[in-house]
Design a protein around this ligand. Structure first.
Ligand code: GUN
Length: 292
């Protein structure tokens, strides 16, 4: 069994990005810049955004973190996005999700200028993805492709089963794995909460992507011998014995599943780290598009 180590693969991607940024700035160009907006104090979102900011610094990117109160009016958030849209020094904008209930995620996403939408969530960019046109690939699916590439996983002709149909992971992942791209050309099945005979379908997977957000949902009886398993789950589960009072659990029961697989991602230390590599790759792309 090969451990698909997100730390190793993300470092390799970040080293490449860092070298590209260093070369650009040595030639007198400005530094790529990512603006992140965090609304409220959701613990997990705080952690993700802090990690994005830290990784920007490590890779030579500038970042700007804008914090807004949990009760901020939707209009204020939309105005903040417009200001960033009009700020030429900002290449990429992300609004950390989920947002408080009084704010429409759809409106927020549609307000980000598509050329700065480094999450790839804007309907224009999502549409381009469906049509196989150049666009920003959502960071988590992008990170998974980078991870598969790093470990030279052969995807062509394989049956990929994706459990979960979110706009952030499952849906774009299904499009990418079925596309005619280097880490694509799979036959894809997308499963969700209404899928019947889920175990039988998962057992057919050469590549199984678990992206449903239910800790340890995928058990050994659902996994074919020799499958490649990608665990996208990151759920905080209360645990009084843990330092922070919780543990991070994936969607896959790693200990029982891993021995059956050809390769598997750990949680933590797998896909989560690759998401940031995907985001930084998109930010550099936005910068390069913007620079011309
Ligand atoms: N929340 C969970 N995943 C993501 C992501 O990839 N981008 C943003 N903006 N919010 C998220």
């Amino acid at each position: 069994m090969i451990l698909l180590d997100g730390k190793v693969a993300a470092e390799a991607v970040k080293e490449k990005l860092k070298a590209q940024v260093a070369e650009l700035t040595a030639k007198g160009h400005r530094t790529p810049k990512l603006a992140a907006i965090l609304v409220g104090n959701n613990g997990a979102s705080e952690t993700y955004v802090a990690s994005k900011v830290k990784n920007c610094a490590e890779t030579g990117f500038e970042s700007l973190l804008i914090r807004l109160d949990e009760n901020v009016p939707e209009s204020t958030l939309l105005q903040t996005i417009e200001q960033l849209n009009n700020d030429e020094s900002v290449d990429g904008i992300l609004v950390q999700l989920p947002l408080p209930k009084h704010i429409s995620e759809q409106k927020v996403i549609a307000t980000i200028h598509p050329e700065k939408d480094v999450d790839g969530f804007h309907p224009i960019n999502a549409g381009k993805l469906v049509q196989g046109l150049p666009t920003f690939i959502p960071a988590t699916p992008y990170g998974i492709l980078l991870l598969l590439e790093h470990y030279h996983v052969q995807t062509k002709g394989k049956h990929a089963v994706i459990v979960g149909r979110s706009n952030i992971v499952g849906r774009p992942m299904s499009i990418l794995l079925s596309s005619n791209i280097p880490m694509g050309n799979c036959t894809v099945t997308i499963a969700h909460s209404h899928t019947q005979n889920l175990t039988d379908i998962c057992l057919q997977a050469d590549i199984l992507v678990a992206a449903l957000g239910k800790p340890e949902f995928v058990t050994a009886n659902m996994v074919k011998q020799g499958a490649i398993v990608i665990d996208v789950g990151i759920t905080r589960v209360e645990d009084a014995t843990a330092k922070k009072g919780f543990r991070i659990k994936g969607d896959v029961a790693f200990n029982e599943v891993a021995p059956k697989t050809a390769a598997i991602t750990p949680v933590p230390g797998g896909v989560g780290l690759m998401t940031i590599a995907g985001l930084l790759s998109n930010t550099l792309q936005a910068y390069l598009n913007n620079k011309k």
